[in-house]
Write a protein that binds this ligand. Sequence first.
Ligand code: MSP
Length: 521
Amino acid sequence: MNKRFYITTAIDYVNGEPHLGHAYEKVIADVIARARRSLGEEVFYLTGTDEHGQKVQQAAAAEGKDPQAYCDELAARFQALTRVLNLSNDEFIRTTQPRHKRVVTALLNLLHARGELYKAPYRGWYSWKEETFLTERDRRPDGTFDPAWGEVREIVEENWYFRMSRYQHWLVEYLEKNPDFVQPDYRRNEVLGFLRSEALEDLCISRPRARLSWGIPLPFDPDYVNYVWFDALTNYYSLPVALGDAEAARPLGEFYRAEAPPTEAPLRLWPADIHVIGKDIVKFHAVYWPIMLRAAGIPLPRQVLVHGWWQKDGAKMSKTTGNVVDPFAVVADWGADAFRYYVVRELDIGPDGNWTDAGFKARYQAELANGLGNLVNRSLAMLRRYRAGRVPARSGELAAEAGQTAAQLADHWRQNRLQAGLIAIWNLVARANQYVDQTAPFKLAKDPAQAARLDEVLYTLAETCRVLAVMLWPYLPQTAERIFQQLGLTGSPARLSEAAWGGLPPGHTVGEPQPLFPRRD
Ligand code: MSP
């Protein structure tokens, strides 16, 4: 059984409605997942929701709701988002599901048995809002804490600790030897810089139940629940185990027993190939998570891929000021593919981005409506007008350029260069539009002596549209399928190998062109 290419996203807190940041991350992971499928790999794409902890308990309380009922409502919104964005995720994990909790419990038991956990008293300044102890470094020059921390009080508690500090040296070496583990490079350097200059402390992995009840109980000390980040990070691993990846489960040994034998064919997923996350949670994924796995004897994921943050109109998105981009509204208005196109084209994976409605509309109009939409529309319209929609004999004036684009794309996709891939595709779109202007088929059509030349041009254009659909599929799956439909093709644009020139059979009759991206003035 082959291991699948396993890609995950951060799991979102269910303490509010999904916004642009959540949607962006899920879209880039989806494009990577689909691109790998297009390249012929077997892929498994996981996303989900992070439902325990203080933030969620407080959000539920603020609405006077039972936490589980509150989580159910919001998780449904995040699940709706996966459908609205046309994500190809194979599963959706929720950390309140029993299948997840069983694995977290087993992992805690294993680390406990291996002597990686200990109980100790701790006195410190605690931020109730952020659910974290603050250190002296968090104090402002006047000795107070930033009001952003909310209420801060000194408390003493016994808690359970994970012996993280003993792995500091190992992690530095690991990061040095595995430059791909955290990407882009500047994020990896940040992690290394931090690990080389500061002593790693042991990680508090419990919260007293008296203070926080909304969590997974520690199996060896039921007065405590598990720290939400320990619980949440484990989702990437719990899902494969729950789905019956026996090799993934092996390190858990006697501590894990599957509830029921897997009903479907077992999968090989772990280790993950890519964890897609935002820049604010790098430390959890590039420090805590690899150490947790290492301490448990579980293989490490291959890569943590870190994206930047979106602003709206140059300012932080914030519910209180109403400065948010609602992905549901954008998709309802413009379609999922327009949303997917804008976010991937506008922002490379890594730097921060800025959403403006004007920028969105400008790209829609110039690149989708006038660029791609117009090319497909006029190519099909001319073929119907001059040849009754019948595909002429093969010819390949743009074959070499299309072939180069396909080769570049494969390379970009393997390196997660999604934006560069789109740019390469649009170079081909522009080239084909220029080809229409240069060959002027409307003039050729007036001269019967040019019939063979017109055939060449019409074939080249229709075939370019077919090839473009194949190239676009990971980015704009609905558009790719619509282009295939309009070409009257029954196959699927989901394999890059189908981009090989000449796939459109002579004699085939194409369908009716319909605007892919209607102009909106
Ligand atoms: N629940 C944790 C993640 C646990 S992963 C084991 C969490 N949730 S979150 O809802 O706050 O954020 C989820 C993801 O959305 C994170 O990767 C975060 O970086 C990303 N984004 C949240 N706001 C964002 C923007 N404004 N722009 C881009 N991504 C942003 O953190």
